[in-house]
Design a protein around this ligand. Structure first.
Ligand SMILES: NC(=O)c1ccc[n+]([C@@H]2O[C@H](COP(=O)([O-])OP(=O)(O)OC[C@H]3O[C@@H](n4cnc5c(N)ncnc54)[C@H](OP(=O)(O)O)[C@@H]3O)[C@@H](O)[C@H]2O)c1
Length: 337
């Protein structure tokens, strides 16, 4: 358990990555009481200097003694590093908030979106897991509807930006776009196909059931966070040539009837959600508008005319902020309350 202090030593593992950099920015932006920042990354970034609160912090490689004196360790350096170093950090007395998928489905590890299940934080035994970026946005919008009319089934299709894969993927989309517009050959290293001017229905590895791991994360994590295994979820995850923000088309079947206006009212009152829904004026959530925002934006709310109790909606959320770094920092804020 975290001891109450005026200031906390915070480690960021993966400090030079797309999520890690965002975490450091958010700690500063939200005035988290940081008494010391430990920035960890791979060998290739060792010695690099990052700016935090007007001071320069040297990046180090994680080692067995990296977490001595650390109170909170934010991990975003991939599952392998989490599996190796999260237990080391816990043993050193830190509470770990892990962005990777390493511990998400471990029944002893809370999987938390503060707007949905903040109460689960208290059950941690040293590690708290941050859900998948698409799951975070999805459950933020689903929970208030579930509380109102109980959700039976969800059909979700995601449109996921390249920053969800990390900094190499951002470079790949930029590099391929420039190359193609200049009639040059492209390099494809991160994705199985060209991502510029393309959509790829393949995120993470394929499983025996024909789904990808990313799709099954949406299914399993949604049920765990909503604490309801009766909700049926099916997902298709698509990578799109967008730099930042994931969008999702969501079809929801509910037990009781709810109108589109009632959904708008329920979601307007929900924490972390902004209803942005006026198609007559061309207003609906767009990645370019939601980038840098904290909330999950929801629009195109309408009744599914093919079902007695069905709702369709479209949501957009910044995957690097609410989908990763912000959610982790919010959990840290709960820990020090
Ligand atoms: N991107 C998202 O939207 C998102 C959302 C939710 C969860 N996540 C999860 O967050 C994690 C990081 O994602 P990302 O998008 O930030 O990836 P990224 O941009 O590729 O950054 C990876 C970070 O991990 C560090 N790292 C790599 N190998 C390492 C090693 N052997 N030892 C220590 N540090 C190492 C990298 O250091 P170098 O810079 O030195 O290589 C970098 O700081 C992943 O587990 C991912 O699944 C990402």
């Amino acid at each position: 358990m975290l001891k109450k202090k005026n200031k906390y030593v915070v480690a960021v593992a993966g400090a030079t990555g797309a999520v890690g950099r965002e975490m450091i920015e958010l700690l500063e932006e939200r005035s988290f009481p940081v008494g010391g920042l430990i920035a960890l990354a791979s060998e290739s970034s060792e010695g690099e200097r990052l700016q935090f609160m007007g001071r320069s912090v040297t990046v180090r490689r994680p080692a067995k003694d990296s977490f001595n004196d650390v109170d909170i360790a934010l991990f975003s350096a991939g599952s392998e590093r989490s599996l190796e170093f999260a237990p080391v950090a816990v043993k050193s007395g830190a509470v770990v908030i892990d962005n990777s998928s390493a511990f998400r489905m471990d029944p002893t590890v809370p999987l938390v979106v503060p707007e949905v299940n903040a109460h689960a934080i208290a059950k941690h035994r040293g590690i708290i897991a941050n859900p998948n970026c698409s799951t975070i946005a999805l459950v933020t919008a689903l929970k208030p509807i579930h509380d109102a009319v109980k959700i039976k089934r969800v059909v979700v299709t995601t449109f996921q930006s390249v920053s969800g894969t990390g900094k190499k993927a951002i470079d790949e989309l930029a590099g391929q776009t420039v190359a193609l517009l200049n009639f040059r050959d492209i390099e494809t290293n991160v994705y199985p196909h060209q991502i510029a001017f393309n959509c790829i229905p393949h995120i993470d590895a394929f499983l025996e059931n024909g789904y990808t791991k990313e799709e099954m994360k949406l299914v399993d994590e949604t049920r765990k966070i909503m604490e309801d295994d009766s909700i049926r979820v099916t997902a298709t995850a698509v990578r799109v040539p967008v730099f930042r923000c994931h969008a999702e088309s969501v079809n929801i079947e509910t037990e009781k009837k709810i109108s589109a206006d009632e959904v708008r009212a329920v979601l307007s009152a929900a924490p972390g959600v902004i209803v942005y829904d006026d198609p007559t004026r061309g207003l609906y959530p767009l990645a370019i508008d939601v980038a840098g925002k904290d909330e999950t934006y929801v629009g195109r709310i309408r009744e599914d005319e093919s079902l007695p109790n069905g709702i369709n909606l479209w949501l957009v959320s910044d995957n690097l902020r609410k989908g990763a770094a912000l959610n982790a920092v919010q959990i840290a804020e709960y820990l020090i309350r």
